[in-house]
Every structure is written in structure tokens, then in C-alpha cells.
Design a protein around this ligand. Sequence first.
Ligand code: ADP
Length: 737
Amino acid sequence: MPTRPQAQIRVARVAVPSPLPQLFDYRLPDDGAVVPGMRVRVPFGSSVRIGIVVDCADSASVENHRLKPIDAILDAQPVLPREALEFALWAGRYYHHPPGEVLATALPVLLRQGADAVPDQDEAFALTAAGGAVELTALARRAPRQAELLNRLRQAGGLLTADALRAIDGGRATARTLLDKGWLRLESRPAYGFVPTAEPAPPPELNPAQAAARDAVRATTGFGCHLLDGVTGSGKTEVYLELVADTVAAGRQALVLVPEIGLTPQLLQRFSRRFQVPMVAFHSGLTDRERLNAWLAARDGQAAIVIGTRSAIFTPLARPGLIVVDEEHDLSFKQQDGFRYNARDLAVARGSRLGIPVVLGSATPSLETLYNVERRGYSHLRLPQRAGGAQMPRTQILDIRGKPLYGGLSEALLARMREHLDQGGQVLAFLNRRGFAPALFCHACAWVGTCSRCDARLTLHQRERRLRRHPCGHERPPPPAGPSCRSSELRALGQGTERLEQELQARFPDHGLVRIDRDSTRRKGAMEKLLASAHSGEGRILIGTQMLAKGHHLPDVTLVAIVDADQGLFGTDFRATERLAQQIVQVAGRAGRAERPGEVVIQTHHPDHPLLHTLLRDGYAALARELLDERRQLALPPYASLALLRAEATAAEAPLAFLEEARQQAAALALPGVELLGPIPAPMERRAGRYRAHLLLQAARRPSLQQLLERWVPKLGSLKSGRRVRWSLDVDPMEML
Ligand code: ADP
């Protein structure tokens, strides 16, 4: 039977939030017009979802009568401008992640839920013509507050929001008087939630290395990627500030990505003292509403500077001019679940698409970025010295083999601590393990507290009297005695930050103590409070995990103690050595950042370990060269591209069965240049009650890997064994857990 010609209909291709890899076609209403980037409400299975139009077409991929109509068009204008939309879709293709979920990541929560894309409104006071004509000197004699406010208004371009007014003493009352006089009028303004500007501070004059770095970036026309490789305290942030100033002066927007929310308050303060321009910051303290306001300010070009953590890489920008990634080596730029993108890598990709410079800054550049300096022509800008006269700290290794330890601290280290404290310095003790002790052990029967849901021991939290497994959250009270022998010889093995705190408190009872880790900063605002007490000097002894290790500028810290360097020396992940070296250098970098010289002490049972030797004798750059050479010989990233297919299930054999089928499916595609390794059980096979396994794909050339993934990933969904597992693909995995 000849097929009937289908009548011309209009179709929208929609990215619907779902784990399915494709776009979905919907019929457009006859009178409805859409363009890519608009949100639509559509029927999806038995539910209704909000998706984003990606494309419009005149014919559908399914027969017309099966085409469902769009329920509603939610926007008159695209919420996502074309560039941000296409960039997010590109990222989704690179990471082989479903477009609906990718676009959901790119949108603030409220927009995902269907809220209008308009900012809140705030009351604002605008100068009238009469107010603008007032002679201020005369007024200042009679009514100084009124003159002051008028002056502020003139400086602020004739408008102050109610929020800004609240910050001025007696501002509201004075404004009301001026309203009555007809010098001001009330207006309504979008409340974008700009970061308040602080008292401006004059910038330091850049030293020659900083100026050379700034000039190199300034000389870039269009896209260019620059590695700003400067030792801790060398003034990288000052260079960013200068480049951002250039960008703002040219009427463009700067996007600054930072790894951790903990770093934001300090950085924000520096930005707000430097710039009297509208600036927004995405941090975890924002409500959904505030986030939307800030996002709109970036999109519509109201904000000149946008600062945020990894997801800010998807922020639409009206006039992008510069992207900065601070601490580019930091693991937190990689999203570790769901849509597993790397914001550092995406920053380079977006800069290239936009034709603008990208600056990656670090004191310990990642091996990937150092490799890209060689292979992809990133410029390498070095700041070899600390700015402002501070010296690099002196570092020594403390061999603790056979030495008595008190809560993990040797006598020699305790003596160094006392000396620094006596001389008025602050002491920072770094231990990347929270809780009291990583294991509870019975000396009589060798019982060890293990997690019932993971292949792992439970961490003892003494103060709360809990045994807790961090990643899975399983917890229970510790038993009063060894469960089988009933002996009371329970001992806490090893140390965490809580034990360190207890020990240091007992030894230095007269010195204020601040502990910063995930437990002590759980409550909202706790991090800021603890950091404030570290900064004010109230806390003399600072104890922390990696949360305290990076970014913070603590000028009074003169001694940094790395309590246990052994943890990272023998890690199973091939990146363990790189991470350890970065961690040591970053923590050490907290010492002696001002006038007083700093000292770093590293406790280890392996004082002859080559990593420590190279690092201390020749520095991070030399060690990085050695590590890169090792990676080249072993054909590991950055000399190879990896993708990891993970699967997990409550049934023990299901993950391996699925991955084996998946492997065969990939092998059958017979694409050259990709090795399929595994499947094998994950390093921690059972976690949170689920069994986990991996299939690793390795290619010498990225395009070969991408070609295979493009053909293979869409087919994975059809594997029957896939229904019994949860699986996910990680392109360029950073952790092999
Ligand atoms: P980094 O970002 O590399 O850790 P910062 O930009 O935070 O370094 O600078 C470290 C300290 O040195 C800060 O207190 C900063 O104000 C100061 N500083 C930076 N550049 C200069 C300079 N050119 N002259 C004087 N002080 C400077």
C-alpha cells in the first residue's frame, strides 16, 4: 500500500530531562512559535516534564499521528541564549550524557521547575532632575546627611537600591525626606543580588613577573590558553584582578571559577574591594531565588563579573571576555556523579568556542595542563617568587620510625609547635582524615568495626559516640566491649582530626584551637565563623583536612605540620602521587605568607621515598616532569585517553555480567585503537550495600575513543543485563574508585 504523504506539520526537537540519550519530537501548536532555547511543557510517558527546545523541523522522526503535541510554551524568549545552549549540548556529546540531563544542569533549579525567567524586583531610589541640580556645598552646611546621600547617588549613577540604602546609617529616613522634597523618586528595579562592594583598596604595583604574565594575556587576540604557574603566595590573584579589570574596562564580562566554596569569601572580599562594578557569586549559601537572580544578571549582561564553582561554567554570558580557573589542578572541578564533566576542561573548550582568553592558575599545575603546554601550545607564565617580600618556607622531613607518637604527633614536632606558639606564630596541623580514628579494634579478639554495607572499616567519632562510614553514611554506636569476647580492650587505631584536636587541646590548653573539616563545618555559616577565628588570630592552632589546605591566606601561620604523609605514598590510583605532591605543596604554601618566615614539617615512616626527595630537593616542577615521564612510559593520561564504564547492583554477579556483555558489544564494533580492559571488580567492591565493577577503555588517540563511544554508548541501553544494574559512563575519569 502506498504510504500517504504526511501533511506539513511543525515539530520541535526537545531535550527532556531523562536518562534517555535522544531528543524527543513534539508537535507544535498551529499558532505557537518556538525557537531553540525556550522551555516547553510536554507529556512524557505517564508524566509531564519541562524540556528545552533544541531544534525545530518540518518533519518528525515518528509518524505524524503518533506525534504528541506540546502542552505549553513557557517562554516568549529563549531562556538559554544560543551560545550557552550549543555549548552545553556540545559538552553533553563530549561526555556522552543525555542532553535533557545536561541542559537541566545548565539551568537554575527554579527555571527547571518552570518559574518565569524574570528577576525579583527591588525598590530603588532614583535622582530626579531637581535632585541632580542641588548645590551640595551649601546643603552640606544645613543638612549634611542629605548632601551625603545626594552625593552617593550621583556617584552611583543616580540610583540606589533599597538594599544599598539599608547599608547607610540613617539612609532610609534621609531618603524619605529627599522623596518629599522631590529630589528623589521611587522606582522598581530588578534585584540581581549583586555582591556588595567594599571600601576600595588601591592595588599593589605588579612585580615584573606578574606584569609580564598580565601582558602576555593582554596580547592575546581571540582564544588563547595560558597557564599561570606561580608558587603559593606569588600574586596569581593580583594578576587575575588586573586581567578582570581590563575585561570590565572593555565592557565585557569575566567568568572566574574557583574550586571550593570555602575559598569564596576571601576571594569575594578581594574582588569587592577592587571593583565597584556589579558582580554576582554563585555559592551554596544562595537560595534558589537568589541563584536565579544572579544567573539572569550574568545572562543579561548586568553583572560584569561572575564568580562560581564548577557548575558556573554553564552560565550564559551576554558579553564574555575572559575565563579564569583558579587552582586548576583541583579535583573538585570534576563532577563525580550524574553528568561527570570537568569544568576546567570545559572552560578551555568554551573559551575556544567564544574566541576569548582562558587563564588556568595554580602553584601545582595538573599533569594534564603541563602536557597541554607542550602539546597544545598553552603559554606557560611563571611567577617563581612570592610577592610582597615573603619568603618560601623551609621544609624538613621528620622520620617517625620507632618514635613514640602522641595522637599521631612526635615529640620533635610537638617541640617545634611549642616554639612557634611561644614566638606568637600560628600553627597549622594538616591531616586529611576526619573523625577520631579510622578504625576501632579489639585488642583481645581482633574484632574490627566494619561497615555492614561496604568493604570498609568504620571511622570512630568519639565525641558523638558513633561509628560512621563516611561515603555511605552508615552509622551505629560503638559497642561497649568486643562483641564476641566481651573484653573491654577496645582501642582506637590511627588518627583523625578529632583525635588530633583532643591531643593538642590537652598539650596546649592556653591556645585557641580551630578545627576545620567536613564535620565541623556542616552547619550553615560554620565555615565562615571558623575561618574568621583563624584570621583574627583567636585560633592559634589550626587543625584541618584539605578544606583548610588550599587557597586560604593566613598571614600569621609560621609552622605547617603535615601529620601523616604516608597515606598518599602508596595509593592504588595512578594519580595518587600527583595528588600527594600537590597536597604537600599546597599545605606547605600556607606557611610564612607574610613577614615572618615559615617552616614546614612532614612526618613520615618513609623518609627515603623518592617522591618526597625530588619534591623537597628539586621542587614540584621537577617532580611533575618525572611523573609525566612515568605516565608516558606506562601510556597513561595525559598520554592516553580513558573512559570508565561503571556498573553497580545489589546482586553480586550482575555488574560483571553487564560489563562483560558491554565489552563484547564494544569489541564487535571492531573500531581500532581502543583497548578494552576488564571488566574487573572496583577497588572497593561493595559500597553502600551495592557491588561495583569497572570496564576501562583506553586509547592512545582521543578521536579513536570518541568514535567508539559515539557508536557504542547509544547501544548500551539495549542490553538486557543492563536492567539489573545502575551504570554510568565517565569520560576522562579523575578517580578510579
Ligand atoms: P596567590 O594567588 O598566588 O596565592 P596572592 O595574589 O594571594 O597570591 O598574593 C599573596 C599576597 O601578596 C597577598 O597578600 C597580596 O596582596 C600580596 N601581593 C600580591 N602581589 C603583590 C605585589 N605586586 N606587591 C605587593 N604585594 C603583593
